[in-house]
Design a protein around this ligand. Structure first.
Ligand SMILES: [Zn+2]
Length: 174
């Protein structure tokens, strides 16, 4: 039996064991094999389905444990949650799930920020979001405007400004 701590060492979190197969090989030295399928999150909070093949050499008193990742593929958050409901987690899944979800939201926000950020209509460089909170006025200015190279700027409607500021907050950029 492979301990959950072995999977934690590999950087997996929110571990849900699915299917396990054990067999023993006795050709030269006795070797116990375990093939474990699981779903989990990796360090970046990406939900994965993984198959790990463990080989335990019984003569080496536990020191002969080797693992090989046979399969590792991304799954959706919804798929992960389905497995979690069905099989339950071996470690503190709810905690890691919350962390992973937050990380996912942060990345989505970063992606939308990039999508919403226009290029300068004059020189084509990226623009920077500026917000004067006391007036509630938001506008884009050209990234090279501070160097006096371009004075491209444009006004941002309130609704867009509000959405953009929310995304910045989720992405921890303000
Ligand atoms: Zn410009």
């Amino acid at each position: 039996m492979i301990q959950v701590s072995e999977y934690l060492k590999m950087g997996y979190r929110g571990i849900v064991f699915l299917h396990k197969l054990d067999w023993v090989e006795t050709a030269d030295i006795k070797c116990i094999h375990t093939r474990q399928e699981l779903v989990c999150f990796n360090r970046n909070g990406t939900p994965l389905r993984v198959t790990v093949h463990w080989r335990k050499n019984s003569r080496l008193n536990g020191k002969g444990l080797k693992q090989k990742i046979e399969m590792e593929e991304m799954i959706t958050q919804a798929d992960y949650e389905t497995y979690l409901m069905q099989y339950g987690a071996e470690d503190d899944a709810l905690f890691y799930q919350a962390v992973a979800r937050k990380e996912h939201e942060r990345r989505e926000a970063e992606r939308k920020i990039l999508e919403m950020t226009p290029n300068c209509p004059i020189c084509g460089n990226q623009m920077i979001f500026k917000y004067r909170s006391h007036e509630g006025v938001a506008y884009w200015i050209c990234v090279v405007s501070s160097k006096g190279k371009c004075n491209g700027s444009c006004f941002i409607p309130d609704e867009t400004s509000k959405k953009y500021r929310q995304l910045l907050e989720i992405a921890n950029q303000i």
